[in-house]
Ligand binder design. Structure first.
Ligand code: HAM
Length: 446
């Protein structure tokens, strides 16, 4: 190969890695949080808990019209300003890979007239979101959320539910010590007063803040409070907090939400400076924080967004929701050694001796599977001893051995891999034999 050819090949190989800020989930991995079984377990627990609370799944596209996020999330937010994957398609439409799930759910709620359904409408979703952030541990460009939205109710019970559900899901992942930070951002009555007070207080401070904050101050002063720069944050104690301006209705809403959380001993504390990074929030906002994750310790967040549906062209509709960062939950659980995992194992390993038995073994495995029994077999021409070793390694409950003798007698030698006990079973009854012991699920038996 010429020198140029070698360089080309190296460049190509370099690009045969996943894009920056992404990762693969594999059946086996040294890191528990990157195993597909861990993802499946978390998804299953999430679905189960959400179904118990009356939520049903919605699946929206991975990309949407860019305008949806500009209008929904807010032009002045970091997400819209610098984190969106936006492109023009061949029809010259501006599209964006979804950075979050709330705006798409509201879009679908309006598009399909879900406001005409019995209210409230309770929906959940899970899947990848995309944000062009600086990757680091716990911060990815393709992140994965499990989220829920409750549309059509202003009841504080809904706010409480939205805090309690993600806590329950975290606990099922082994995160017993997740804490909630809670605040209220006020409503259309009291927030403008707070905003004005904040603007005035910032006027004296703005020159001491970072460049991004100076821009935020111009566009939406509330966004300044979301700045993570320590140089900016050390001034924040001099700024007013939303709580200084809550109206009576907002105060009562928060008190009623807290009363439910207190009854259930939810681990939360008020955080007067919590503002969240998206513009649509009104009243309740919260974040779930896990220990041991370093800077990226928020495993979830959410809040009420009573103005968003109307802002996107619908009727006035109060709503509240949350999203959990599944990547971070599993990372935190991995650090604690509590990452959940589903590990499918074959129920039966069909082993054989000799080429004639091989054919029967393949057919038996196929028939068992068709009958709802998880069956595995050798594909590498291994001898019996190594097949049985393989059966052990894969965690098979039984081995079904077909040798010359069994072939002649029309039987299968079934070995219980736990007790080592063996039994000869007639070959035409073997599927039923396993079905009886394993509680087969499928229909078509052998
Ligand atoms: P969010 O706080 O932007 O809220 O994201 C929710 C969670 O997603 C975060 O707490 C974090 O765990 C995870 N997350 C966000 N960005 C990244 C990243 N780059 N890498 C890894 N994990 C990340 C929302 O998205 C709102 N839609 C939540 C909501 C639903 N509010 C009302 N309804």
């Amino acid at each position: 190969m010429t020198r140029e050819g070698a360089a080309d090949a190296a460049a190509r190989v370099q690009h045969l890695t996943g894009p920056r800020g992404t990762f693969d989930v594999l059946p086996e991995s040294a890191e528990a949080w990157r195993r597909s079984g861990a993802w499946q377990a978390l998804e299953a627990a999430g679905r189960e808990i959400l179904h118990l609370h009356g939520y049903r799944e919605i699946r929206t596209p991975i990309f949407e019209h860019t305008e949806l996020f500009q209008r929904g999330i807010g032009e002045a937010t970091d997400v819209v300003q610098k984190e969106m994957y936006t492109f023009q398609d061949r029809g010259e439409r501006w599209l964006t890979l979804r950075p979050e799930g709330t705006a798409p759910v509201v879009r679908a709620y309006l598009e399909h007239h879900l406001h005409a359904w019995p209210q409230p409408v309770k929906l959940y979703y899970l899947g990848p979101m995309f944000r062009y952030e600086r990757p680091q541990a716990g911060r990815y460009r393709q992140l994965h959320q499990l989220g829920a939205e409750l549309l059509g109710s202003a009841d504080p019970a809904a706010d409480a539910e939205m805090v309690l559900i993600p806590l329950q899901i975290c606990r099922r992942a082994g995160l017993d010590r997740v804490r909630v930070r809670l605040n209220s951002l006020g409503c259309t009555a009291c927030r403008p007063v707070f905003r004005e007070a904040l603007r005035e207080a910032l006027a004296d401070l703005v020159d001491a803040l970072c460049e991004a904050c100076r821009e935020r101050y111009r566009r939406n002063p509330l966004r300044v409070l979301d700045c993570k720069e320590p140089g900016c944050r050390r001034h924040f104690h001099r700024l007013p907090a939303p709580s200084d301006y809550w109206c009576d209705a907002c105060r009562e809403h928060l008190a009623a939400t807290r009363a439910y959380l207190d009854e259930l001993q939810a681990p939360y504390e008020l955080d007067a400076r919590l503002v969240r990074g998206l513009d649509y929030y009104t009243r309740t906002v919260f974040e779930l924080v896990a220990e041991g994750l370093g800077a990226q310790d928020a495993v979830g967040g959410g809040g009420r967004y009573d103005g968003l549906v109307e802002q996107l062209g619908g009727p006035p509709t109060p709503a509240v929701g949350f999203a959990l960062g599944m990547d971070r939950i599993l990372m935190a659980a991995d650090r604690l050694g509590s990452a959940p995992e589903i590990r499918p194992a074959p129920e039966v390993y069909v082993a054989h001796v000799g080429p004639e038995a091989r054919r029967e073994a393949v057919l038996l495995a196929l028939r068992l599977r068709a009958g709802g029994v998880a069956a595995e077999l050798d594909y590498l021409g291994r001898g019996l001893a190594r097949q049985l070793k393989d059966a052990h390694r894969r965690g098979a409950r039984y081995a079904a051995v077909l040798g010359e003798e069994e072939l002649r007698a029309g039987t299968v030698r079934v070995r219980d891999m736990v007790t080592g006990q063996e039994e000869l079973v007639p070959r035409d009854g073997v599927a039923a034999w396993f079905g009886g012991r394993l509680g087969a699920r499928g229909g078509a038996g052998a």
